[in-house]
Design a protein around this ligand. Structure first.
Ligand code: NAP
Ligand code: HSE
Length: 328
């Protein structure tokens, strides 16, 4: 039985989830991929931080050490921000590794060039976890791209925002307390600015746009607002009128063929398809040429929903090497 060595960049909420699932699902993964996946190395920023034990695994704060692991085949990336994550993945692909990422801030910008590089060196890129946590929206659109056509996308793409809005509405919880709970549950980023300002949902929308339409709208022309613009009174008043605020990201082609996108809180009534989506759930309504609107719903953040789709991506890449997930 061949062994494929894997590295995890980042050992916080998502990185630890990947480590646990790869070990808990060892037999299933071996059966499904025909290869034994061994986590050989982990990259962190602060070696002094207390972490769960990972016996026999190299834990380092130097990316160079990761690339020296013999027979490294897969790099999981679960660190934060555009750089150094983008450069690390570029170097991992150049070294012949498949890469699997959850980092939407990096991927919204660098996705196209990473995919091009991966095609060149005949390796694979998985990025299901960059959008909507455990919801298989990337796979769904990849399938639609084979013979159908996506005409518009509307979704709740930030789990933290939906969780906070739900707590405010149902429990009259303050914004600050709800955010604190979202952080404790591993939904919010360590720095939650991107979650509550709308930028996290914006990056996810740009990734979906590239995949669905082969391009992104001009970032500067996309109106973007977060839930940090709403007060508890506004949320409660809306509820009394039978309405709900939802943080909605939308992209579609207009009649002139130009991409139009927006990100921000929208007040909706019970007839709206996103009215019933509560808590950390995300929902993505995909409008298509031939199949009407398909809506996928599920946990948009959290350790295991996110890590599980990353391990699934890795298994797909091991089964179908050279399947770079193209946007063109
Ligand atoms: P986290 O708990 O804050 O963990 C981040 C990890 O990355 C930490 O172990 C940190 O090291 C490490 N790290 C950060 N910068 C680094 C650098 N420059 N070099 C080496 N290591 C670095 O974050 P997370 O929630 O796991 O999220 C990880 C990524 O997944 C983010 O891009 C996030 O947006 C994305 N994501 C998260 C979720 C979720 O539900 N949490 C869902 C989908 C996608 P130290 O521990 O030493 O500080
Ligand atoms: N912080 C993100 C969210 C994680 O709350 O949606 C999932 O991308």
């Amino acid at each position: 039985m061949a062994t494929v060595k894997a590295a995890i960049l980042g050992f916080g909420t998502v990185g630890q989830g990947i480590y646990n699932i790869v070990n808990e699902r060892k037999e299933q993964l071996t059966k499904q991929t025909g290869q034994h996946i061994e986590i050989a190395a982990i990259l962190v920023r602060d070696l002094e931080k207390a972490r769960p034990d990972t016996p026999g695994v190299l834990v380092t704060d130097r990316f160079e050490d990761i690339l020296t692991v013999p027979d490294l085949g897969i790099v999981f990336e679960a660190i934060v921000g555009e750089e150094p994550a983008g450069t690390y993945l570029e170097r991992a692909i150049e070294s012949g590794c498949h890469v699997v990422t959850a980092n939407k801030v990096m991927y919204a910008k660098a996705g196209a060039s990473l995919e091009a590089l991966a095609r060149e060196v005949r390796t694979g890129v998985g990025y299901e976890a960059t959008v909507a946590g455990g919801v298989p929206v990337i796979k769904t659109i990849q399938n639609l791209n084979l013979a159908n056509q996506v005409t518009g996308i509307q979704g709740i793409l930030n789990g933290t925002s939906n969780f906070i809005l739900t707590k405010m509405r149902k429990e009259e919880c303050s914004f600050a307390d709800a955010l604190k709970e979202a952080q404790e549950l591993g939904y919010a980023e360590a720095d939650p600015t991107n979650d509550v300002s709308g930028f996290d949902a914006f990056c996810k929308l740009m990734i979906l746009s590239a995949l669905s339409f082969g391009e992104q709208p001009d970032w500067e022309r996309v109106p973007m607002k977060g839930i940090d613009t709403l007060t508890l009174d506004e949320v409660i008043d809306a509820d009394r009128q039978g309405l709900r605020y939802r943080h909605i990201a939308d992209v579609r082609r207009d009649e002139d063929g130009r991409l139009r996108a927006s990100v921000g809180p929208v007040l909706i009534g019970p007839d709206h398809p996103l009215y019933g989506i509560d808590g950390v759930d995300n929902a993505v309504a995909i409008e298509t040429a031939y199949a009407g609107t398909l809506t996928v719903i599920g946990p948009g953040a959290g350790m295991y929903p996110t890590a599980s789709v990353m391990v699934e991506d890795a298994a797909v890449l091991l089964n179908q090497p050279f399947r770079t997930l193209v946007t063109e």
